[in-house]
Ligand binder design. Structure first.
Ligand code: SAM
Length: 256
């Protein structure tokens, strides 16, 4: 997994667009009254208030690997813990294990997801949302440009988040282990404004590992090439808005 540095301010530039799938996921969690709710990869803590509002009697804790993101999350007043999700183990079984736009950064989902199910209390739910954008220009151009320019050697070991599995793979993996499974995919059409808004969007997440590995002038060169590619792939509409189609996969698995 990649522990790139995270810039909370850049990530929060598109707070509404990034919170919406979290709210859609929270609305589908079937638990009648959890006592312990954990947000895995909570980032700046955007979803913590919504989780607390949905489950008012629960203790809600945010877990993340990034100190910069956790500092923002802690400021929301919720309990936080710094941990690598790959090795994270709760002190006691959890009723709702929630994760919005984080687990796609980890590899080995065939081992990770069953392990997370094992951390649930009886009747508990694992609720996950992950971008399914590997083939979209937003992400694919990052890898293509990384390999194509004079920065290729510096970026040899850098890759964005790996492709997640297909819906059927998650079904096969989870269904035998749970009492109920809800799987769905949503294509959001984010309406972005401002200068090169798709690049600004990517700078908050998937572009970070590449930029972190480069120094000037290669960094500016890489960014200029990516900017041109994004302008071509996502041209502005008549009113200047840029539409970013964004596919996200959701799953809610409830154990017996
Ligand atoms: C795109 S942000 C999503 C943040 C938040 N869930 C939200 O919806 O706003 C992804 C977060 O996952 C965290 N993350 C990625 N891989 C991680 C890992 N292996 N362990 C812990 N945190 C991780 C990052 O630090 C980052 O804060």
């Amino acid at each position: 997994m990649t522990q790139a540095t995270w810039d909370a301010a850049q990530y929060l530039r598109f707070e509404d667009e990034r919170l919406r799938p979290a709210l859609d996921l929270i609305a589908r969690i079937p638990h009648p009254g959890p006592a312990r709710v954990v947000d895995l990869g909570c980032g700046a803590g955007n979803a913590l208030p919504a989780l607390a509002a949905r489950f008012p009697s629960a203790a809600v804790t945010g877990v993340d690997g990034s100190a910069a993101m956790l500092a923002r999350a802690a400021a929301t007043g919720f309990a936080t813990a710094q941990a690598d999700i790959a090795a994270w183990t709760p002190a006691a079984p959890v009723d709702v294990l929630f994760s919005n736009a984080a687990l796609h950064w980890l590899t080995g989902h065939d081992r990770l997801f069953p392990r997370l199910l094992g951390h649930l209390a009886p009747g508990g739910a694992l609720a996950v949302q992950m971008p399914a954008m590997h083939a979209a220009p937003l992400r694919a151009e990052q890898d293509r440009i990384a390999r194509a320019g004079p920065w290729a050697a510096a970026l040899a070991g850098i890759a964005s988040a790996p492709a997640i599995l297909e819906p059927g793979d998650y079904y096969d993996l989870l269904r035998p282990r749970v009492a109920a499974l809800d799987l769905w995919v949503t294509d959001y059409i984010h309406v972005l404004r401002g200068e090169d808004p798709v690049v600004q969007w990517a700078m908050g997440t998937s572009l970070r590992p590449y930029l972190d590995a480069l120094e000037a002038p290669a960094r500016e060169g890489f960014l200029a090439a990516y900017r041109a590619a994004m302008r071509a792939a996502y041209p502005p509409r008549a009113d200047g808005a840029v539409l970013l189609p964004f596919r996200r996969m959701f799953m809610v698995a409830r154990v017996a």
